[in-house]
Design a protein around this ligand. Structure first.
Ligand SMILES: [Fe+2]
Length: 384
């Protein structure tokens, strides 16, 4: 067996109702005044007030910031940091999906560096010797897994950039499936396909290892068993719990093993065409599998066998075909379908961006810009 390293990630407290422990968690961090970061969609639900009530019962002062938008921009991260400094808060609590969590993670760099431009910190470990403000993450979607990764994706000038480093992990994640019940049907479906994509891409990644494999396989199994139910019966707490668990497992898998071409394409589409991340993954997933499996089908076939989709003695081609059929059926069942239009010029630009994505290194097959172009041409509707 070859050498590998594996990082377990932040402390996670998991279970329905565990967000009630938030006051104890932040008190252990010495918090007297916290910044609650969330978004406008969640403001319409009762989740933020429940969190504020938990904190207030322990006399912890709360200031709120609800202005994080989907695909947070560098200027929003800067506003968030400014708010934290002006209000002299000592702990940040992020309540939301990937966008909220990513913005909250990244703003701590600007606070620590007394800076206002997050773009300067693109890449990995650009702030490695910095102690960041304590952060507690409360995910409200089972998708990005940002609550347990060392990455933050921020959009600048229509381009998504990754900022990463071990210091970026939340200090504690409270994964409470009850908080995901308010997640609307289409977002639950998109986020769930994001989880599936994380698991599949990390399993077939060139950088996979035996621990990331186990996490990825369990995540695939959980998504196939529970996503339809979580979409159709939103308050099914068991299905919501299994999906949230799947998202944590898949995220710890890809945080160690990297992703691949689906995310390269989805992030280009998200930045250039403002397409929801999970939907962009859903559009690209099967096309990338078809492309990769032409020359490297073995890991896809093994995934199908290990998750019980086919028998262990099945032909490789049968296993890959079955996996693709299962993905098609799932996308259909959770009503994911969209026609995204693009010009030839846009496809050239998208392909260039995809080929520059850091996760291209994880893809099981080496890819050039022309390869991305061919896949985008299949996935998008071309118009002049
Ligand atoms: Fe993703």
């Amino acid at each position: 067996m070859r050498e590998f390293s594996f990082s377990p990630g932040p402390e996670v407290i998991f279970g329905p109702g565990c967000s009630n422990k938030l006051d104890n968690v932040v008190q252990n961090m010495g918090a007297q005044k916290i910044l609650l970061v969330s978004d406008d969609g969640l403001r319409q639900t009762d989740s933020p007030q429940k969190i504020i009530d938990v904190l207030n019962r322990s006399s912890i002062e709360v200031v709120s910031f609800f202005d994080v938008r989907p695909d947070p921009t560098a200027s929003q991260v800067s506003s968030l940091a400014k708010k934290a400094v002006e209000d002299e808060i000592d702990v940040i609590v992020a309540l939301g999906g990937g966008s909220v969590l990513d913005a909250a993670k990244a703003c701590r760099i600007l606070i620590a560096k007394n800076d206002d431009d997050i773009v300067e910190y693109e890449g990995y470990n650009t702030f490695s010797k910095t102690t960041l403000a304590p952060l507690v993450a409360l995910p409200t979607t089972a998708g990005s897994g940002s609550e347990v990764t060392q990455w933050s994706v921020i959009t600048s000038g229509g381009v998504k950039m990754g900022i990463g480093g071990k210091a970026l992990y939340p200090n504690v994640t409270l994964a409470d499936p009850q908080l995901t019940i308010s997640c609307p049907e289409n977002l639950t479906a998109h986020a769930g396909i994001d989880v599936l994509t994380h698991a599949i891409e990390s399993y077939v990644s060139k950088r996979h290892n035996p621990i990331s494999d186990i996490l990825a396989l369990e995540a695939v199994r959980l998504v196939l068993e529970n996503l339809k139910r979580a979409v159709r019966v939103p308050d099914d707490i068991e299905a919501r719990s299994e999906m949230l668990l799947a998202s944590l497992l898949a995220a710890r898998s890809f945080a160690n093993a990297d992703l691949g071409a689906v995310h390269c394409m989805a992030e280009a589409l998200g930045g250039e065409k403002s397409i929801a991340h999970g939907l962009a993954n859903a559009l690209c997933l099967s096309e990338v599998i078809l492309f990769n499996a032409k020359t490297a089908p073995e890991r896809y076939a093994r995934l199908a066998k290990e998750t019980g989709l086919v028998k262990f003695d099945s032909e490789i081609s049968t296993a890959v075909r079955t996996l693709l059929g299962e993905i098609d059926e799932l996308l259909d069942a959770v009503s994911i379908d969209a026609d995204i239009h693009a010009t030839n010029r846009e496809i050239v630009r998208l392909s260039k961006l995809a080929a520059q994505n850091l996760s291209v290194e994880g893809n099981p097959v080496d890819l050039r810009e022309e390869d991305f172009q061919r896949m985008f041409e299949k996935v998008l509707k071309i118009h002049d």
